[in-house]
Each structure stands twice: as structure tokens, then as C-alpha cells.
Design a binder for this molecule. Structure first.
Ligand SMILES: *[C@@H]1O[C@H](CO)[C@@H](O)[C@H](O)[C@H]1NC(C)=O
Ligand SMILES: *[C@@H]1O[C@H](CO)[C@@H](O)[C@H](O)[C@H]1NC(C)=O
Ligand SMILES: *[C@@H]1O[C@H](CO)[C@@H](O)[C@H](O)[C@H]1NC(C)=O
Ligand SMILES: *[C@@H]1O[C@H](CO)[C@@H](O)[C@H](O)[C@H]1NC(C)=O
Ligand SMILES: *[C@@H]1O[C@H](CO)[C@@H](O)[C@H](O)[C@H]1NC(C)=O
Ligand SMILES: *[C@@H]1O[C@H](CO)[C@@H](O)[C@H](O)[C@H]1NC(C)=O
Length: 261
């Protein structure tokens, strides 16, 4: 079951007013234009934040120039519209000290030195939003290359080095595959077109609430950080420095809420 940790595509309600006290140097509100978005620990918009995101003048949450669609307890989902001549190098901005591209991302790449050995992305489906002939007029080679990771079981994240090997010039489009963790089903098409999925983590030693479990996050078999998950019957961000976990007032289903310890 996927617990919706939070939804911030529109407006976010922060449950506890005491939650802003923990990190005085982190701004958790992104305001401007008609938008005002608040994010919980560990996210924020200033240098003092554990996971630093950007805030546009219009009040939109961003990674680079791309808008954040939503944030979950594991992932940051980013709007990533198709574009014929987006430089491949842009991909680097999605891997930093607190997040990285997950293996669920598939890419359409162009002007590559060679083709990927394995190409599991159904090109026609992914490309359906994009008039590839349009790319012709911009001088982009429309022989589209693609990439999707075929060994997701061990690794949460894409190895960017392998993605860079064919030395592609353009990063045209992206799609997310397989919500259930089964990469061999990509024939059924992507789950979401034109999104990027980033996995996030907090650096350092586990700092989770006593009613939460800590999960190490690894990149290439190296532990780089952690995330907290409240135990069943509790809600919250799970972090000691955040809101921690509190007893769930009322379970939606009613019957499977654990009594308080
Ligand atoms: C995030 O956005 C996707 C795509 O719109 C949606 O399917 C998913 O349920 C959203 N997740 C949350 C937690 O809002
Ligand atoms: C907040 O920032 C100020 C100045 O940058 C610094 O002196 C102070 O120690 C910081 N406080 C915390 C809790 O990090
Ligand atoms: C935020 O913007 C700064 C300055 O443009 C940039 O250096 C940084 O990488 C951006 N961070 C994110 C998460 O987009
Ligand atoms: C993934 O799909 C294949 C092919 O249908 C199936 O044999 C395998 O059991 C599935 N694996 C998981 C983890 O669901
Ligand atoms: C998590 O990583 C830390 C630091 O590498 C390690 O000490 C700890 O044993 C790991 N925990 C689990 C559950 O793997
Ligand atoms: C990570 O460890 C697994 C199992 O030990 C191994 O098969 C895999 O090659 C390792 N991956 C990397 C990138 O070192």
C-alpha cells in the first residue's frame, strides 16, 4: 500500500503548528504570484534545509527550471515536457547531494554516438506526444535512442555513467515505468509520460522518531542517507527534527489501527 505522505501540487496543510521550530534557518514556504506552497521537513527553499528545492518568483516549487508536480514519502515527481533540443547535460541537475533519478525513468535521447544495447522503452508510445518531424526542422537527428534500466531490483537509482556512455547530445523526453517494480512489463507502456521521478534522502545518521523505521538509502551500494517511515497507526514525516510520528486520529478503514503503545 502506498501511503500518501503529502500532496503539494496545490496547497498543503501542515498539521502541527509547532513543526516550524526545529530548523530556524530553513524556509519552508514558497510564495509569489498566486501560489503559496508550504513543504514539511526535510524540504525547504534555503541553504539551511536538509533537502533544498528552489522557489520561482511565481511561487512554484522547482528543481532547476522544472516544476515539481508532487512530493511523496520516497519521491519527488517533476514535470518534464518533451523538447527536441534539450541538452543532455541538463540531466546532471537531477542528481545532487539529496536526490537522484530513480530506475523507473526511461528516456528518449537523440544525436547519440551509438545505440543502447537494450532498448525497452516503447518508442512509439513515448514519442506520441511529440511530433518528431518537428525535431527535424531543428536539425536534430530523429533516430531516437532510448534508455530504461533493466536491473532495478538491487538499485533504487539510475547509474548516470552508463547513461552517458553513448554520448547523446539531446534529452528529448522521459516516461515513468512500472509502478509495481517490474521492469519486464514495459510493453504495457509508461505509467506517466513527461515526468521525472527523483528519490530523495536526508544525509547523516538515522534521525527517526521512536515510532518510525529508518531505511538506508544507497547509491551504487554506498549508504548515502536515510528516510523515515512512521509505523502503522501513526502519521507524520517520521523525522525527529521534523514532526515525528503521532497516533493516527482515525483510520480511514477503521479496523486496522494499532492502539497506542
Ligand atoms: C503525484 O502525481 C501523480 C501524477 O499526477 C499521481 O498519480 C500521484 O497519485 C500523486 N501522488 C501524490 C502523493 O499526490
Ligand atoms: C542560522 O544561520 C546563522 C547565520 O547564517 C548562524 O549563525 C546560526 O548558527 C544558524 N543556526 C542554526 C540553528 O543553524
Ligand atoms: C537552485 O538554483 C540555484 C541557482 O540557480 C542552482 O545553483 C541550484 O542548483 C538550484 N537547485 C535546485 C534544487 O534546483
Ligand atoms: C515480473 O513480470 C514477469 C513476467 O510476467 C513475472 O514472471 C515476474 O514474476 C514479475 N516479477 C515481479 C516482481 O512481479
Ligand atoms: C544503515 O547505514 C549505516 C551507515 O552505513 C549502518 O551503520 C547501518 O547498519 C545501516 N542499517 C541498515 C538497516 O542497513
Ligand atoms: C551492488 O551489490 C550487488 C550485490 O552485492 C552487486 O551485484 C552489484 O553489482 C553492486 N553494484 C554496484 C554498482 O557496485
Amino acid at each position: 500500500m502506498i501511503l500518501n505522505f503529502l500532496i503539494l501540487s496545490m496547497v498543503l496543510i501542515i498539521p502541527s503548528p509547532s513543526s516550524t521550530s526545529a530548523q530556524p534557518n530553513c524556509t519552508r514556504v514558497c510564495a509569489g504570484g498566486r501560489h503559496e506552497n508550504q513543504v514539511p521537513y526535510p524540504f525547504g527553499f534555503s541553504d539551511g534545509c536538509e533537502v533544498h528545492l528552489n522557489c520561482s518568483n511565481a511561487g512554484e516549487i522547482r528543481v532547476g527550471q522544472y516544476n515539481v508536480h508532487n512530493i511523496t514519502r520516497d519521491h519527488i515527481l517533476i514535470n518534464f515536457p518533451s523538447k527536441c533540443d534539450r541538452q543532455f547535460n541538463e540531466i546532471r541537475q537531477f542528481n545532487n547531494r539529496n536526490f537522484a533519478l530513480t530506475w523507473r525513468n526511461g528516456f528518449l535521447l537523440s544525436n547519440c554516438h551509438w545505440a543502447f544495447y537494450e532498448c525497452k522503452v516503447p518508442t512509439i508510445r513515448v514519442g506520441s506526444h511529440l511530433n518528431l518531424q518537428q525535431c527535424d526542422t531543428t536539425g536534430v537527428d530523429t533516430t531516437i535512442n532510448c534508455y530504461s534500466n533493466n536491473t532495478p531490483e538491487q538499485e533504487e537509482f539510475i547509474n548516470l555513467n552508463s547513461l552517458e556512455l553513448p554520448r547523446c547530445q539531446y534529452l528529448v523526453s522521459s516516461a515513468l515505468f512500472d509502478v509495481n517494480g517490474n521492469s519486464s512489463h514495459s510493453e504495457s507502456g509508461p505509467e506517466f509520460d513527461q515526468y521525472l521521478e527523483l528519490g530523495w534522502w536526508v544525509r547523516g545518521e538515522c534521525g527517526c522518531d521512536r515510532n518510525a523505521i529508518c531505511r538506508n538509502v544507497s547509491y551504487e551500494n554506498q549508504t548515502i542517507g536515510y528516510r523515515c517511515y512512521c509505523n502503522q497507526g501513526y502519521v507524520g514525516d517520521g523525522f525527529i527534527d521534523g514532526d515525528g510520528c503521532r497516533i493516527q486520529a482515525q483510520a480511514p478503514g477503521g479496523s486496522n489501527t494499532k492502539p497506542p503503545p
